[in-house]
Design a protein around this ligand. Sequence first.
Ligand code: NAD
Ligand code: IPM
Ligand code: MN
Length: 333
Amino acid sequence: MKLAIIEGDGVGKEVISAAVEVLDALSLEIEKVLLELGYDKWERTGAAITDEDITTLKECDCVLFGAVTTPPDPNYKSVLLTIRKELDVYANIRPIKPLAGIKGATGRNDFDFVIVRENTEGMYSGIEELHDDVSYTTRVITHKGSKRIAEYACKLAKQRQNRVTIVHKSNVLKSDKLFLETCRSVADDAGITHNDMLVDSMAYSLITSPQKYDVVVTTNLFGDILSDMSAALVGSLGLAPSANIGERYAFFEPVHGSAPDIAGKGIANPIAAILCVKMMMEWRGDTKSASLVEDAVNHVIGQGIITPELGGTSSTKDVGHAVAEYIKLQQER
Ligand code: NAD
Ligand code: IPM
Ligand code: MN
C-alpha cells in the first residue's frame, strides 16, 4: 500500500507525527510519501497545492492528513476541498463513540453512532458569486450524489443495527426533498429501517438522546456542523477521527482543524489522528491492527496519559509515544 502523508498546518504537523509513530509501531508494509501542502506552503511558494501534488496523490492508495489553515482570502482555493473533489471521496465517515474513562460535555457514555456526511456537493458546490452588495452560494443536491451516500450509509447500517436516520431541512430547503426521498428509496430497496429528522431538532436530540442513533446520513454542511458538535459528546475535538471514502481512494483526517490557538505548544490531542490510523486499518480490512490501535488508545487514556484539554498534563508526543509503545508491547507477547 502506498500512503501519502500530509501534515498540513498548525497542530496538523504535531498530531500527524504522533499518528505516524503509531503507524510505524504496527510494522506494516506501507510505502510512505510525504507531501507538503497547505497555507504554510502557499505563503512560501504562492501555491497551497499544485497539479503535480494531485498527480502524486492519485498514485497513492490513501492519504493521512492533519489539518490545514484556510485564510480569509477569497482567491485561496481550499486544499482539503480540492483533494476531496480530485479523489472523489464522496463519503465522509465520522464515528462518534465514547472512549473509556472520558466523560464528554453531557457526562454520558451510552452512545455509539456514525455520521455519514455527503462530501462532494450541497453547500460545498463551489458555485458562488461574490458582489459588494450581495453574495450567493448555490446549494447543489443531485440524485446521483444522494443515492451513493445513502447506499454507503445503508451498507454501513447492515454491519451495525440495520437502521438509518436521514437528517435534512426539507421543510425550508426544497433541494432537500430530493435528498430525503432518494435516501428513503435507497433504504427501502436495501431493507434498512429508516426515520428522518430535521437538522435543527436533530442537533437538540443528539445532545439529549444520542443513544437513539446508529447511522446518521446527511448533507455536506449539516454533517460538518453536527460532527463538531458530536465530538463534544465524546469529550474533545481532539478525539474525533474521520475517513473520506470513495471508489478508489480513501483519505483519513481528524475532524478538527489546525487549531491556531494551541499550535506550536505541543499540547494538541493526537488521539483523533491516531484513530484515523485505526480507520485506515479498517478500510484495508486489517481488523486486527484496527483493534490493536483502539485498545492502545483506551489503555493509554486509562493510564491518565491525556492532553490538557481533557484535564491532563501530557504532551502530544507523550500520548503518541505511549500508544506506540503499548502496541509494540502487545506485538511482542
Ligand atoms: P479548530 O478545529 O482548529 O479548533 C477549534 C477548537 O478546538 C480550538 O479551541 C482548538 O484549540 C481545539 N482543538 C482542535 N483540535 C484540537 C486537538 N487536536 N487537541 C486539543 N484541542 C483541539 O477550528 P477553528 O479554530 O475554527 O479553525 C482553525 C483553522 O482550521 C481554520 O483555518 C479552519 O478553516 C481550519 N480547519 C481545517 C480543517 C481541516 O483541515 N480538516 C478542519 C476544520 C477547520
Ligand atoms: C472539516 C472541515 C472542512 C469542511 C473545512 C476546513 C473545509 O471543517 O473537515 O470538517 O468544512 O469540510
Ligand atoms: Mn468541520
